[in-house]
Every structure is written in structure tokens, then in C-alpha cells.
Write a protein that binds this ligand. Structure first.
Ligand SMILES: CC(C)(COP(=O)(O)OP(=O)(O)OC[C@H]1O[C@@H](n2cnc3c(N)ncnc32)[C@H](O)[C@@H]1OP(=O)(O)O)[C@@H](O)C(=O)NCCC(=O)NCCS
Length: 168
């Protein structure tokens, strides 16, 4: 398996949409709107990072990162997701490659840290942890996780861009 991680290009947009839709088709805890979210983030210039995993000119994975707001007013924090790998390519390490590339890119951008919503059994291995004082309203606490690149974690409520409410 020879995987390259690179930034998205304009000609990838339709493929990323189809990939995201198919990755989440049978996933748990999904609203099946993840492909709309990616499109709306792009439309609103909120895709701080949009990386694809490519295998022999076929896109097999994608990850989106966008800025988040924290009620304390702290800036420099981002939200990772949606992250998607084609169903028949899952479990082969592609998601892990996308995660490492994303964390490296966030550091390059000068990010203070990153949050995400997902299974702690998966994201804990990349350094994400649940903390009591940084929360996302209306979600189970154990799924909302954070990684800091600056040694401290802000307190408050996190809000994602309105694109996360997209339904079309
Ligand atoms: C989550 C996802 C991006 C991970 O990518 P991947 O290439 O399959 O993951 P990797 O091969 O790098 O890692 C495999 C490991 O992650 C675990 N894993 C994969 N998907 C998981 C998930 N949704 N929840 C928990 N663990 C998961 C596997 O059990 C495996 O664990 P192991 O190393 O202990 O055996 C991919 O499975 C996917 O697209 N899933 C559907 C969409 C989704 O749920 N996205 C995440 C929510 S934003």
C-alpha cells in the first residue's frame, strides 16, 4: 500500500463528497450529513486543513479541520473532522496516517490545539483526551476530546462553525 497525503485540489471536491458520504454510510453516531458539512466549510472558507490520502491516483481518505470558538475567548484552536476512509480501505492504517499528517500541519499553522468528537479508544492513541472543563454542549462528555500543543487547555464551551448544522 503506497499512500500519499496531500492537500485537496479543486478537482478533488466531488470525490471528497462521495468518499465522505460512503465512509459514514454505515458508521455509528452519524447524522449522514458529514459530506454537506465539508462542502459548507469550504464554501465559507473555514477549511483550515483539507487533506486527502491518495493511493495510485485514487483518493481513499480525507480529513477536514476548521477553526472553533471557545467561550473564554481563547483563539488558535481548531476542530478535527469529519475524517473519512473508504469503507473497503478502513482498518489499514490510512486514518492513522491522516491523523499524524493533520497534527503535524496544525503545529505548522501555529495552532494551540485541537478538539474532536469521536471514539476515545481510537483518538486517545494520538494524544487526545477528555478534560472536564472544555466541553461541547449536548454531546456525551466521554466523546469530546482535546489535544494541546502549548501545554495548557482552555476552560469553556466550544462551538463549531455553523456549517456543522448543514443538511444539504
Ligand atoms: C475512523 C476512520 C477514519 C479510521 O480510519 P482507518 O483507516 O479505518 O483507521 P486505522 O486503520 O488507521 O486504525 C485502525 C484502528 O482504529 C480502530 N478504528 C477504526 N475506526 C474506528 C472507529 N470509528 N471507532 C473506533 N475505533 C476505530 C480500529 O479498530 C483499529 O484499531 P486497532 O489498531 O486497535 O486494531 C475510518 O474507519 C472511517 O472512515 N470510519 C467511518 C467514518 C467515521 O466514523 N469517522 C470518524 C468520526 S469523525
Amino acid at each position: 500500500m503506497n499512500i500519499t497525503i496531500r492537500d485537496e485540489r479543486v478537482e478533488d471536491i466531488a470525490t471528497i463528497e462521495a468518499l465522505t458520504k460512503s465512509a459514514f454510510l454505515h458508521a455509528e453516531h452519524t447524522s449522514h450529513t458529514e459530506h454537506f458539512i465539508v462542502n459548507q466549510l469550504r464554501k465559507h472558507h473555514q477549511l483550515s486543513i483539507s487533506l486527502v490520502a491518495e493511493e495510485e491516483q485514487t483518493i481513499v481518505g480525507h480529513v477536514a479541520v476548521s477553526p472553533v470558538k471557545i467561550s473564554s475567548g481563547e483563539t488558535g484552536w481548531y476542530g478535527l473532522g469529519p475524517i473519512s476512509v473508504l469503507p473497503h480501505k478502513q482498518g489499514l492504517g490510512i486514518g492513522t496516517m491522516l491523523m499524524h499528517a493533520t497534527l503535524a500541519r496544525l503545529k505548522t499553522l501555529g495552532a494551540k490545539g485541537c478538539v474532536l468528537l469521536g471514539d476515545p479508544n481510537y483518538y486517545g492513541r494520538f494524544g487526545f483526551q477528555v478534560v472536564p472543563d472544555l466541553t461541547l454542549p449536548d454531546v456525551p462528555k466521554e466523546y469530546f476530546q482535546v489535544i494541546s500543543f502549548v501545554g495548557s487547555i482552555p476552560q469553556g464551551e466550544v462551538s463549531y462553525h455553523e456549517a456543522f448544522n448543514a443538511t444539504e
